[in-house]
Design a protein around this ligand. Structure first.
Ligand code: 13P
Length: 251
């Protein structure tokens, strides 16, 4: 049985002060909630404040991105160690907004996954197709390429440290959620891919999150599906009450 996992991706929202407030409210609501693993991913500059606010609770902290090098002349970037030092246990890699606005490639995602694991961080790897790709019926092809290149030469023993988030780009921030069936169809395809690339045993343990307009009202249907183990939540993770309800509805 895979434990439900709800992660909030705050994107470029919440100053340190605001982050402490939001994280504090989430802690009050579900800080001791044991049935679901809970993660919040504030922006870099709010990590310390949010981390302080959820201290001594079950809520984990994650970053939204990082560079794969340990240090060097990479102006504006943040290293795996820096992320770790900020109190993070998790790091998101390959979010579609990074791929779209910052031209992040599968090869870079691959380096980030490996660097995160070397630094003792747990990567949440995002994949998913655009609307255009879905309309051309290329969603499987796109996702398969993201998996093949993103997980290139990643040893099986490291797969236990990974979470995969399927986020169809057309459902992100649009209010347009994939139906339970649409999401499950892709999740089952993704788990099959891991079975073939690694083993059934490893693939069965892997947690697959859905992301894209997840709300308190649709999480139950999504998480009731066999291969959907939780959600990566954007907009609704910025409201303590909505996020709390999503967590509770996932149990
Ligand atoms: P929304 O929940 O706002 O659609 O965002 C999803 C997302 O991108 C999470 O990473």
């Amino acid at each position: 049985m895979r434990k439900p996992f709800i992660a909030g991706n705050w994107k470029m929202n919440k100053t340190a002060e605001e982050a402490a407030g939001l994280a504090g409210k989430i802690k009050e609501n579900v800080g001791n909630f044991e049935e679901v693993d809970i993660l919040i991913c504030p922006p870099y500059t709010s990590l310390l404040a949010a981390g302080q606010a959820v201290k001594d609770s079950l809520i984990e902290l994650g970053a939204q991105n990082m560079h794969w090098e340990n240090s060097g002349a990479f102006t504006g970037e943040v290293s795996p160690q820096m992320v770790k030092e900020s109190g993070c246990k998790f790091v998101i890699a390959g979010h579609s907004e990074r791929r779209k606005y910052f031209s992040e490639t599968n090869q870079e995602v691959n380096k980030k996954i490996k660097a995160a694991i070397s630094a003792g961080l747990l990567p949440i790897v995002c994949i998913g197709e655009t609307l255009e790709q879905r309309e051309q019926k290329k969603e499987r092809e796109v996702v398969e390429k993201q998996l093949k290149e993103g997980f290139d030469s990643l040893p099986e023993e490291d797969l236990g440290k990974i979470t995969v988030a399927y986020e169809p780009v057309w459902a992100i921030g649009t209010g347009k959620t994939a139906s339970g069936e649409q999401a499950e169809e892709m999740h089952s395809f993704i788990r099959e891919w891991f079975k073939n690339a690694y083993s059934s045993q490893t693939a069965e343990k892997l947690r697959l999150l859905y992301g894209g307009s997840v709300k308190p009202g649709n999480i139950k249907e999504l998480i009731s599906k066999e291969n959907i183990d939780g959600a990566l939540v954007g907009g609704a993770s910025l409201k303590a009450d909505d996020f709390t309800e999503i967590v509770k509805n996932s149990a």
